[in-house]
Design a protein around this ligand. Structure first.
Ligand code: NAD
Ligand code: UDP
Length: 325
């Protein structure tokens, strides 16, 4: 990919996606600094890098002024809790992470002449009226509801990114990431894939929120990381955001059936109320990613779920309790 010898900052690198991205960047020969406040990220995700000389970890919160940092060639901003229960636990901090934090990192990219990649989200489309979602769709977001701290924070961050591009000529990229899953998700993450797998492995009730007919499109983490690397590595790119996700759409009820089959669990399925503002459907149009980056996902859902189940099987202790750390 050509990242050899580059100095790269990954903000949010102790998290689920960030830690896999760091592994891939180091494998490519980059020097990587991870900045993370360990709010939802975990040291355990980076433990295997403790003796890697090209890797540095800094515990810091992007809402605060940045610590002393070296000059970077590339900055990935993945910092922000991504699971609804976690980002809603301290909504003001979530919004400030996206606005103040992204602004701090963009200032840094501007000063360093670094290329900047923002991890945005399919949540900028809200509960979409257009299906599948193309980058040109402006979205249908409730600006005052409980998801707004995340959705509107990410929308504000995108706005900052493109203002730096227009105003300062900063070299920027925006990835609109759709639902991603895989090893290193937290057992207490609260998202559907981790919940359902952990419940199935523990023999606990499997929770479907609402009637289960809402849809999502799940991308395996190695595919997503490959897309982020390509988006960052491309020297010239026409402006604007790029959707990264797997276009294979399925209902939540179908996802649950797949997990029950793969785990052989005897768990019951129980219905719980649908959270406020829960999007009814979501599926990326990835034409832009295919055309600009030559990227499309390679891991089928069954294969990705098997790998994720195998990983979680090591996190669930025999009495059914979830081992957290
Ligand atoms: P995650 O919660 O595992 O990772 C986020 C990381 O950011 C964590 O390590 C957390 O400790 C850190 N962080 C949060 N606030 C911070 C702050 N103020 N200062 C420093 N560090 C902070 O989530 P993830 O699933 O790995 O998501 C990574 C990024 O990708 C996020 O920006 C998220 O919005 C985006 N994204 C993820 C998905 C998905 O399905 N996982 C979908 C769309 C977008
Ligand atoms: N969901 C569910 N059971 C769970 C957790 C989530 O049915 O235990 C539903 C949730 O209401 C949503 C979908 O699964 O409709 C995806 O939820 P997730 O939090 O994983 O992602 P997001 O809503 O952010 O796309």
């Amino acid at each position: 990919m050509g990242e050899r010898g580059l100095n790269i900052l990954v903000a949010g690198g102790a998290g689920f996606i960030g830690s896999h991205l760091i592994d891939a960047l180091l494998a490519d020969g980059a020097r990587v600094t991870c900045l993370d406040n360990l709010m939802t990220g975990r040291q355990a995700n980076l433990d295997h890098l403790r003796r890697v000389s090209h890797f540095t970890f800094l515990e810091a919160d992007l809402v605060d002024p940045l610590p002393r940092l070296p000059r970077f060639d590339r900055i990935f901003n993945l910092a922000c809790a991504a699971s609804p229960p976690h980002y809603q636990a301290n909504p003001v901090h979530t919004m400030m992470t996206s606005v103040l934090g992204t602004n701090r990192l963009l200032e840094r990219a501007r000063a360093d002449g670094a290329r900047f990649l923002q991890a945005s989200t399919s949540e900028v489309y809200g509960d979409p009226d257009v299906h599948p979602q193309q980058e040109s769709y402006w979205g249908n977001v409730n600006p005052t509801g409980p998801r707004a701290c995340y959705d509107e924070g990410k929308r504000a961050a995108e706005s900052l990114v493109f203002d730096f591009e227009r105003g300062h000529g900063t070299d920027v990229r925006v990835a609109r990431i759709f639902n991603t899953y895989g090893p290193r998700m937290r057992a207490d993450d609260g998202r559907v894939v981790s919940n359902v797998i952990c419940q199935a492995l523990a023999g606990a009730d499997i929770t479907i929120y609402g009637d289960g007919r809402q849809t999502r499109s799940f991308c395996y983490v190695s595919d997503l990381v490959a897309g982020l690397m390509r988006l960052m590595a491309r020297d010239t790119l026409p402006g604007g955001p790029v959707n990264l996700g797997n276009p294979s759409e399925l209902t939540i009820a179908d996802l649950v059936t797949r997990v029950i089959h793969l785990t052989g669990t005897t768990s019951r399925v129980v219905k719980r109320p649908l959270p406020v503002d829960d999007p009814r459907r979501r599926k990326p149009d990835i034409t832009r990613a295919r055309d600009l980056l030559g990227w499309s996902p390679a891991v089928a859902l069954g294969e990705g779920l098997e790998a994720t189940i195998a990983w979680f099987a090591n996190e669930v202790v025999p009495d059914g309790a979830i081992r957290m750390e």
